[in-house]
Design a protein around this ligand. Structure first.
Ligand SMILES: [Zn+2]
Length: 689
């Protein structure tokens, strides 16, 4: 996992972007392992609401039927076309895993690993019997701390056992921002139990209310691991105090969008001077990294505060803080009461989710996280045809060709910058479906009767895998997402675009459909990722993935002016109640949506220039392009989730990812014959690419 927040995803979060569930009021749909993926077309007429004028509210017009027919399932924070497909994939993976879990059948080594992991995870009786005892080893180590000097060894072990987990800070490896060919050790801010530093820093009533509920949650977790009630309340207060100090020293998400804010290479000796009270030599030695000569300390100011905290907070309070994080990181893998308490705060309170997803669904997600490329092999073999791979590669090339032509004809960019932009575009690697070489899990021991142990060993396996890369050349074949994932990303340091097999299926990519909705949907996704190479963040990296400015000052200014047009547009939109979009956080995504759609449109015109396209089902080809484009984004959101997203999500809500885009595009106006005074026609249209 990359520690820098600069992977640019299509959706909110990696892996199983949405937790999936069964829609309420939909009795036909039952939780069951699927033997086949269900089919929904990529242009779905019943999902539309044709009573609405497309020029007034295009999102309602294309997604109104979908929103009415797809209420949010009780175990979801939101529900969307992507989420529903992720749910279908999960049920299908469940089928694969149920079969692989059968120890009596003849299994390949890969099937045995994923099957036994799944079987152990599903054995709730065994897990229940253990209660909180699997935590004891960690709690004992914390209890045995003799001095603050021992924090280094303890954290090295905790970080490994939770794969970076985030106690106090995060440690791992990353591609060097200054030399994209090399992997470097990286230290970044962490240590929080709430999802973002803003939860601690904001002073509005809603934030205060969440902090009160968080204190209660920490208190209950302490009680569940055996602390008496009064002490638990006091300990929760201690945790919040330490975390608040760390939060206030952490950069905001908007500040972290500037990679230079995260780029501070230093020698271990410099780091030691920054945080003299923490024994870095010991921490590195315990991680097997005594020889490391350089680290990237992404937020030096944060580590200054770590120093102050270590010096001023008494050892007993540190033990309290560490106990909380030890339990917090592992609560989802322990007995039912701990799992429920964890869910209750993080999903119910913070996201508004009514019900916990069933056990099978959580277990599928854990297999995908811990053995993703083993499970992915099985998924790809069954679902991803060579023909789909070929066709989507071809589509990618056409979208790239469209971008090449756009860059050449841009009126605001000078020739010098254009040459660099084209060089970067040509260097982008297209990764489609799955990795060339599968990850080898042979040394990861999976036991059929030890779920907690499996999770811990998988964390150590992944942590070791990451740390082993330090000081070595970057492996450019590697993927940051597993093949079944319904999402896509651009990586500015790898300079590659990645489309897992999971995102290249109906209703997103639909081999049975005409090109128009496929280019509108998948083509625009490809264009979106491609555009990230040139957004406010991505444009700061060169063709090789180095953080290096290749823009002339006047071109950078012209670019910023165009991005500001999009920022001004999006900051007018309301997310929920009185919360507007923080368009400084979302503009990278908004610009990618706008540019990506235009590029897909041009690529589609190019791909079909010799075809005599006719209307289908009463829609012109251009209308089909835009309807297909909009229907990827159909969604329903809980208000709590929208509030959390307003702080943490760099993407705008689905409604604006569609209406914001089409109102800037003259091609849309023409396709639907919209008059100039309609809401979907902006008089001052924005355009970047
Ligand atoms: Zn994106």
């Amino acid at each position: 996992m990359k520690r820098f927040p600069i992977l640019v995803l299509l959706l909110a979060s990696a892996l199983f972007a949405q937790e999936s569930g069964t829609p309420v009021n939909a009795p036909s749909r039952k939780d069951r392992p699927l033997a086949q993926l269900p089919y929904t077309p990529s242009l779905d007429i019943p999902s539309m609401d044709r009573s609405v004028d497309p020029c007034t509210d295009f999102y309602q017009y294309t997604c109104g039927g979908w929103m009415a027919m797809n209420p949010i399932p009780p175990d979801q924070a939101s529900w969307s076309v992507y989420g529903k497909l992720a749910e279908d994939n999960a049920e299908y993976l469940w089928g694969i895993l149920a079969e692989a879990a059968n120890a009596a059948s003849e299994r390949s080594p890969v099937q045995q690993k994923i099957g036994d992991y799944f079987a152990a995870c599903m054995d709730e009786t065994a897990i229940e019997k253990l209660g909180p005892t699997p935590l004891e080893a960690s709690l004992d180590r914390i209890d045995a701390l003799k001095s603050k000097g021992d924090l280094a060894s303890l954290l090295a072990e905790e970080h490994s056992r939770t794969n970076g987990g985030g106690v106090l800070f995060r440690f791992g490896s990353d591609q060097d921002l200054g030399d994209a060919t090399q992997v470097i050790a990286s230290l970044s801010a962490g240590g929080l139990g709430l999802p973002d530093r803003d939860y601690y820093a904001n002073s509005d009533d809603k934030s205060k209310d969440i902090r009160t509920k968080y204190l209660k949650h920490v208190e209950r977790i302490f009680e569940l691991i055996g602390e008496p009630n009064r002490r638990a309340a006091k300990d929760a207060r201690t945790v919040l105090n330490i975390e608040t100090a760390l939060a206030k020293a952490s950069l905001t998400r908007v500040q972290r969008r500037n990679p230079y804010n995260l780029f501070h290479r230093m020698a271990p000796a410099d780091l030691q001077r920054l945080t003299p009270s923490f024994d870095w030599n010991r921490y590195l030695a315990d991680n097997g990294l005594s020889g490391v000569s350089t680290l990237n300390v992404s937020e030096p100011a944060f580590f200054k505060t770590v120093e102050t905290e270590i010096r001023t907070v008494p050892l007993q309070q540190w033990k309290t803080y560490l106990r909380w994080h030890a339990a917090h990181a592992r609560a989802p893998y322990l007995s039912a009461r701990l799992v429920a308490e964890d869910f209750d705060f993080y999903r119910k309170t913070l996201r508004g989710v009514a019900e916990m997803p069933p056990r099978w669904k959580r277990c599928v997600r854990y297999v995908d996280r811990d053995l993703g490329e083993a499970l992915g092999q099985e998924f790809v073999r069954r679902t991803f045809t060579a023909e789909t791979k070929q066709k989507t590669i071809e589509m990618t090339q056409r979208v790239e060709h469209a971008m090449e032509n756009e860059i050449k004809t841009l009126d605001w960019m000078t020739d010098a910058t254009k040459a660099h932009a084209l060089e970067k575009l040509h260097a982008i690697a297209n990764k489609v479906g799955y990795p060339e070489k599968w990850r080898d899990y042979t040394i990861l021991e999976i036991k059929r009767d030890d779920f907690f142990g499996n999770v811990t060993r998988a964390a150590i396996f992944e942590s070791n895998r990451q740390l082993h890369k330090i000081g070595k050349p970057v492996d450019r074949q590697e993927w940051e997402m597993t093949p079944p994932t319904v999402d896509a990303y651009y990586d500015p340091q790898m300079n590659d675009i990645n489309f897992p097999a999971g995102v290249l299926q109906p209703p997103l990519y639909d081999p049975k459909m005409d090109d128009a909705p496929n280019y509108g949907n998948t083509g625009a996704t490809i264009g979106h990722e491609l555009t990230h190479a040139f957004d406010d963040e991505g444009r700061q990296f060169d063709a090789k993935g180095n953080l290096k400015d290749w823009w002339t000052p006047e071109d950078a200014k012209a670019f910023e002016e165009r991005v500001n047009c999009v920022r001004d547009q999006y900051e007018q939109y309301t997310i929920v109640d009185d919360i507007k979009i923080n368009s400084k956080l979302t503009s990278g995504e908004d610009v990618a949506d706008l540019g990506g759609t235009l590029l897909a449109y041009i690529a589609w015109k190019d791909a079909t220039e010799n075809e005599n396209l006719q209307p289908i089902d009463g829609f012109t080809p251009d209308q089909r392009f835009f309807i297909g484009m909009a229907q990827w984004a159909c969604e329903n959101q809980r208000p709590e989730n929208l509030r959390a997203s307003a702080i943490t999500n760099p993407h705008s809500p689905g409604k604006y990812r569609i209406n914001g885009i089409v109102s800037d595009l003259p091609q849309f106006r023409k396709a639907f014959g919209c008059a100039d005074n309609k809401p979907m026609v902006r008089t001052k249209a924005c355009r970047v690419w």
